[in-house]
Design a protein around this ligand. Structure first.
Ligand SMILES: Cc1ncc(COP(=O)(O)O)c(C=O)c1O
Length: 393
């Protein structure tokens, strides 16, 4: 007989780099009965989800749907379908996820040129132009929201630049969708992937992707089969197209979640959603600065949904994060790669981008910092955030 008891755990507030807390409305749809993946009523749900996703991505791309898997499955889908042995790719690397893109791209057998920038910085279009001119790649890959550094890469000019050099633009929007502006058609993005567990406030499990006409044309001209059967869009799109041909058993419950997450986004409106993230970020930033913390990314390139700040000298990373978790039930992220032990990653994504969360977190962090010897007027973090909110009224 098993002695394993009923599932039970502490009620966490997820303020790391993702997942974030799941919106209560999403949790409730996830308790609905499972339909068959070819049930006509489920197929309507798929159509609705695709339509909502096109709205969220601001695209009319036919090939817009979620891949079964997390953000990494989205990344692999883009790389394995668009690249084959002998192709050339330029991958922009300024953090952990740029590194990942370069690694995943190189596994296709393509010749990958890494365009590097110090962690925390963004790429200037002129540098990208020079790389495109020199390498003449089939694609350029770049991360819009680099989760390891909190840097916000502008994309507006890159689509036109890529077209000038006949290259495809592939974007990682895993930490971007539902938090900051993103417009696939206007910005001429050819392929993109995201996730469900961040700006959309769902659990992890699906990777929304979208491919434009230029990407579809490039896939049609492949000389070799895509090495992954599961992620081969030429087969997969037959389930997502008119035929509705069985490919694999869709994660039904996750599809309900994504549909509800997208409904929440559309009810709020894209612009109000982005503004909400910016407003709560500014309040948090005011509080963090008042507590003596500084951002790793330059002003103007900081992600509102992911605040990456330096750990003050003399403060123990592990002790603070453990106390936040044990005593306050708050999770924040540690630094990744070269930021390990040197930075914290504080996420205010989707459902968690709220004044109540900002104020609760600043109060808890202040206690932890004080215990580590950081001195200052009591309540200064919360006061600075409150001042910001009051100034906005
Ligand atoms: C920018 C970026 N790309 C890709 C990924 C991988 O996504 P996942 O962990 O959902 O597979 C992440 C995960 O946090 C990310 O932040």
């Amino acid at each position: 007989m098993s002695t394993v008891g009923q599932l039970s755990f502490s009620p966490r507030l997820l303020l790391g780099p993702g997942p974030c807390d799941v919106h209560p409305r999403i949790l409730s749809v996830m308790a609905m009965p499972v339909l068959g993946h070819l049930d006509p009523e489920f197929l309507t749900i798929l159509n609705e989800t695709q339509e909502l996703l096109r709205g969220a991505f601001q695209t009319s791309n036919r090939l817009t749907f979620p891949i079964s898997g997390t953000g990494m499955a989205g990344m692999e889908t883009c790389m394995v379908n668009l690249l084959e042995r002998g192709d050339r790719a330029v991958v922009c690397v300024a953090g952990f996820f740029g590194e990942r893109m370069a690694e995943v791209a190189s596994r296709t057998g393509a010749e990958v040129t890494r365009l590097e920038q110090p962690w925390g910085q963004v790429f200037d279009p002129q540098r990208i132009r020079e790389a495109l001119q020199k390498v003449r790649p089939k694609l350029l890959a770049i991360v819009q929201a680099e989760t390891s550094t909190g840097a916000w890469q502008p994309l507006e000019e890159l689509g036109a630049l890529c077209r000038e050099f006949d290259a495809l633009l592939v974007v990682d929007a895993v930490t971007a969708l539902g938090c900051i502006p993103l417009a696939i058609d206007e910005w001429k993005i050819d392929a993109i992937y995201s996730c469900t567990q961040k700006g959309l406030s769902c659990p992890p499990g699906l990777a929304p992707v979208s491919f434009g006409p230029r990407a579809a044309e490039a896939m049609g001209k492949r000389k070799t089969k895509v090495q992954s059967w599961y992620l081969d869009l030429s087969i997969l799109q037959r389930y997502w197209g008119e035929d509705r041909l069985y490919h694999h058993t869709t994660p039904i419950t996750m599809m309900y979640a994504l549909r509800e997450g997208l409904r929440l986004l559309h009810e709020e409106g894209l612009r109000p959603r982005w503004d909400r993230h910016l407003r709560n970020h500014k309040a948090l930033a005011a509080g963090l600065v008042a507590l003596g913390l500084s951002y790793t990314a330059a002003e103007g390139h900081r992600l509102p949904q992911l605040n990456v700040v330096r750990i003050p000298d003399g403060v123990d990373d592990g002790v603070v994060r453990k106390r936040l978790l044990d005593e306050f039930n708050i999770e924040i992220g540690s630094g990744l790669g070269s930021f390990k032990g040197k930075a914290w990653r504080i996420g205010l994504m989707g459902y968690n981008s709220r004044p109540a969360v900002v104020l609760q977190f600043l109060a808890a962090l202040e206690q932890c910092l004080q215990a580590q010897g950081v001195k200052g007027a009591p309540g200064r973090g919360v006061a600075a955030a409150n001042d910001f909110y009051s100034s906005q009224k």
